[in-house]
Ligand binder design. Structure first.
Ligand SMILES: [Zn+2]
Length: 284
């Protein structure tokens, strides 16, 4: 029987910054979040890494999220700068890169064509990620209920372009954010994981919104080694993040939901803690 309030969590997808870092980390610890991966978007990444080091937050892997919009305006300079930054940040302890919806959903080049993940000009970026052994987190689509793009590309087109890159770069450890980028079907999710054995996914959507509980259970039991809980908690914009906020807005409702799915103990432990420990912590 799982103790809802106390099982340990590896949070594979979250966001926090230098602001309130000490307070935020304290509240994560109180919420039972003992390690994880933080996706960091600001230009002051070196300062953030220094602060993380100072506070000895060794159980957190930092994933760099660059401003992909710049690729739309100055593609060659963007790629050159990004590769140089990745090498520099690797020395500071950064462990991964995040690809975002600017590619596919939002950014349009001056010639009117959409910026796409399978643009050949990104080859040096994938090559650098592979050489550094970085995780590459990919978030390429929104749920259908809020689907809105500026580029006119459909979800299927965006997935197909993403999949071309996944297929071409098998040496990269890919993490498809939010249930394989809101694939909204455990059957399609399973097919994707079968097609790309080098891909894992973090999840923060309730599978039972689009599939039955029985299908959800069967999916999670079968792919228990390849999905990690990552609720995508951000920083609140109306107050500092503290235990009350993190607990009530994110971790307690999720703890209840995870337990309600009725998974086997082994699968439950893998998706909430052990996969993260095995893949990201390496004994740390
Ligand atoms: Zn996120």
């Amino acid at each position: 029987m799982v103790d809802i309030e106390h099982f340990p969590i590896f949070d594979a997808h979250t966001h926090f910054s230098q602001a309130y870092l000490e307070q935020g980390m304290q509240s994560y610890a109180q919420c039972g979040v003992k390690a994880g991966a933080v996706i960091y978007h600001d230009r002051d990444l070196p300062d953030f890494m220094r602060l993380m080091g100072k506070q000895r937050l060794k159980k957190w892997s930092v994933i760099y999220w660059p401003n992909w919009v710049e690729f739309g305006w100055r593609p060659d300079e963007f790629v050159k700068t990004l590769c140089a930054d990745m090498k520099r940040y690797d020395k500071l302890g950064v462990r991964g890169l995040k690809v975002w919806k600017d590619l596919g959903m939002y950014m349009i080049h001056p010639d009117g064509k959409p910026a796409r993940m399978d643009d050949k000009r990104f080859e040096p970026v994938w090559e650098t990620a592979a050489k550094l052994g970085w995780w590459v987190y990919v978030h390429q689509a929104d749920p259908t209920r809020v689907w809105k793009t500026r580029t006119g590309l459909t979800r299927d087109e965006i997935y197909a372009r993403r999949d071309k890159v996944l297929g071409a770069w098998k040496e990269i450890a890919w993490v498809l954010c939010h249930n394989a980028n809101d694939i909204e079907s455990v059957k399609k999710f399973a097919a994707l994981l079968d097609r790309f054995p080098h891909v894992i996914s973090d999840f923060n959507r309730d599978y039972t919104e689009h599939d039955t509980l029985a299908d959800t259970q069967a999916f999670l039991e079968k792919y228990a080694d390849r999905v990690l809980f990552g609720p995508d908690a951000g920083m609140p914009d109306h107050r500092p993040p503290d235990f009350k906020w993190n607990w009530e807005e994110c971790y307690l409702p999720w703890r209840r939901k995870l337990v309600s799915w009725g998974l086997s103990d082994a699968t439950f432990r893998k998706i909430t803690w052990e996969n993260g420990q095995r893949l990201f912590l390496n004994g740390r």
